[in-house]
Design a protein around this ligand. Structure first.
Ligand SMILES: [Zn+2]
Length: 312
């Protein structure tokens, strides 16, 4: 069993949305990207709950948000493994009427107001992940059949598909699908089944998204710096007294607001970070104040005293 955490990219995008200067031309695009990531995560949690509530009467393991590497890195929303199959569940949480097209492979979504948008075909995504997981298993001489399904978390989405070579399910249909997988030529003995599950866990590598500034071609001047209040909309800069950061608008007091601001910096720009950059970003009076924040965060250090840099 591998549990699911809120994706790192959600925290990065939300830091970017909060810190973009007012009326920034990319604000809407970043906000809709953040909403899509949050909807995706909510959809995955719906499927997690269905799986957790169902009592399967056969040995199985569930891996949430598994990130493996074969010829390239690939990420699986949910992997359900039994002694006879490995099943990739690709979860989509997209509102509207959905049409799965084959040529070219695309998912077209139409909202009630007639607005349409196209997405990469989930059928193509699942087929690709099946191949990559087959390669991953082949490298380890595991011969378990791999299959997959698309799960539409929005269970009221009307759907049409030109050809359905990959099953398209609603969350409530997932347990029955998993109970009725086709006959398999393989039935792993329990020892090998446990070994495979351990290898899958060991093979997982947390995915670190690229810094937001790099992904969306943004520079430090696109963002508001300073220690910002987490409670207020259009967050004002907090002010430091001897012990606390205090919001001048809502009065919120926060001892760790400076660490949170620096985590924003790392998620926006990556690193490494110098004492001088830290001082300017947090609006601190001198290098000693910056040093105290950097030390408190327990960051990795590089370089000697003169050109010391910090990594997240
Ligand atoms: Zn406030």
């Amino acid at each position: 069993m591998k549990s699911r955490k809120s994706p790192a990219i959600a925290a990065s995008l939300s830091a970017a949305v909060r810190r973009l200067v007012p009326d920034h031309p990319k604000a809407q695009m970043l906000q809709s990207r953040l909403s899509a990531v949050q909807a995706g995560y909510a959809g995955e949690q719906i499927v997690d709950r269905v799986l957790a509530q169902y009592e399967f009467q056969f040995p199985h393991a569930v891996f949430h948000d598994l990130s493996l590497h074969s010829s390239t890195r690939f990420q699986i929303d949910t992997l359900f493994v039994t002694s006879t199959h490995a099943v990739i569940l690709e979860v989509k949480n997209i509102a509207g009427t959905l049409v799965f097209r084959d040529h070219p492979p695309q998912l077209i979504r139409t909202l009630d107001n007639g607005q349409t948008a196209s997405f990469e075909s989930p059928i193509f995504q699942v087929e690709r992940k099946i191949e990559l997981l087959q390669d991953w298993m082949k490298e380890r001489e595991i011969h378990l059949p791999v299959c997959g399904a698309i799960v539409l978390a929005h269970s009221r989405s009307p759907v049409a598909a030109e050809t359905a070579c990959i099953p398209i399910l609603y969350p409530s249909g997932v347990p029955s699908f998993l109970r009725n997988l086709p006959a398999s030529p393989i039935d792993l003995p329990s020892q090998e089944f446990s070994t495979l599950n351990r290898q899958l866990l060991d093979g997982h590598q947390d995915y670190q998204p690229a810094p937001i500034a790099e992904t969306y071609s943004l520079t430090p001047s696109d963002f508001i710096n300073g220690v910002l209040c987490k409670e207020c909309p259009l967050p004002p800069r907090m002010v430091k007294n001897r012990y606390y950061w205090t919001c001048p608008v809502c009065g919120q007091r926060d001892k760790d607001a400076d660490s949170r601001a620096l985590r924003d910096w790392f998620t926006l720009f990556g690193g490494p970070l110098s004492n001088e950059q830290c001082r300017r970003f947090l609006h601190l009076p001198d290098r000693h104040a910056a040093y105290r924040v950097l030390r408190k965060m327990g960051l990795t250090k590089t370089g000697g005293c003169k050109n010391r840099r910090y990594l997240s």
